[in-house]
Write a protein that binds this ligand. Structure first.
Ligand code: SAM
Length: 246
């Protein structure tokens, strides 16, 4: 590990072990269940490293935990100057810039391209602007159905063919239904999945099996778009929530 990677590890240690990070005003903030947990973050880091990622993007930045793991993974992969794009409309107003401060403390603020706005409005602009494709995208922003749907829809257009799209919190009904549309209508094959933390398992609400034990699902973005007839539509979800993949 080089000096930068050591600094990232130290900041991640304080997020995961101490459970608090300073915000811009110098106040300590409890990360609670908001920040991505260590094991899941390390899984993201592994995915980025093994993919050889140099460019990552995420919706929902909060404390910057997932972002730091992704940057660590890109440094592990040998990229000295990786790029991490993040969207969060509440980074300064609600989170006191704690995620930006975490990147600064880790010495990797220059890798961060922060958009302080809703991903629902930022992502279509990035698609329109034809920005350089990303290797890996994480959906971890607003968890309402429409937000998750838009994040998945646009991020799948921003990731290069063969790159990875990670959808977090699929134990939440709105996210599961959004994801179920893509699985059933576009036939996206699941690359891998990651189990939920026991704390979340206890808190589970309105989430029927089989996905009760899954926290994030990973897709590999296909090289070509799925061809469909003009009126193609496969019903997704049901009254208990989507149950189509496990
Ligand atoms: C679960 S937290 C993200 C945790 C973060 N990935 C981490 O590891 O520290 C969800 C985040 O989504 C953000 N969010 C809410 N609405 C959003 C929107 N429309 N677009 C993007 N992010 C949004 C919230 O402010 C919050 O920071």
């Amino acid at each position: 590990m080089n000096a930068t990677q050591n600094r990232i590890s130290e900041v991640l240690e304080s997020i995961h072990e101490r459970g608090s990070v300073p915000d811009e005003a110098g106040n300590l903030r409890e990360v609670g269940v908001t920040a991505m947990r260590r094991q899941q973050g390390e899984e993201l880091q592994r995915l980025a490293r093994e993919l050889g990622a140099a460019r990552t993007i995420e919706t929902g930045f909060a404390f910057g935990a997932s972002g730091l793991h992704l940057v660590q993974g890109m440094l592990d992969a040998g990229h000295d100057a990786p790029t991490h794009v993040a969207m969060d409309p509440f980074q300064s107003s609600y989170w006191g810039n704690a995620g930006v401060v975490a990147f600064r403390q880790a010495g990797v603020e220059s890798t961060l391209h922060m958009h302080e706005e809703s991903s629902a409005f930022c992502l279509p602009r990035l698609v329109q602007d034809k920005v350089e494709p990303f290797d890996l995208a994480l959906v971890d922003g607003a968890h309402l159905f429409e937000n998750a749907f838009l994040d998945i829809y646009y991020l799948s257009r921003l990731v290069r063919p063969g790159g990875l799209l990670v959808v977090d919190d699929v134990w939440m009904p709105g996210v599961r239904w959004a994801l179920d549309y893509f699985v059933k209508n576009l036939g996206w094959p699941i690359h891998s999945q990651f189990p939920t933390h026991p704390i979340l398992r206890k808190r589970r609400f309105r989430t029927p099996p089989p996905l009760t034990g899954v926290n994030h699902v990973v897709f590999q973005v296909p090289a070509t778009e799925t061809k469909r007839k003009w009126d193609h539509f496969v019903a997704f979800g049901d009254s208990d929530g989507p149950l189509s993949f496990h």
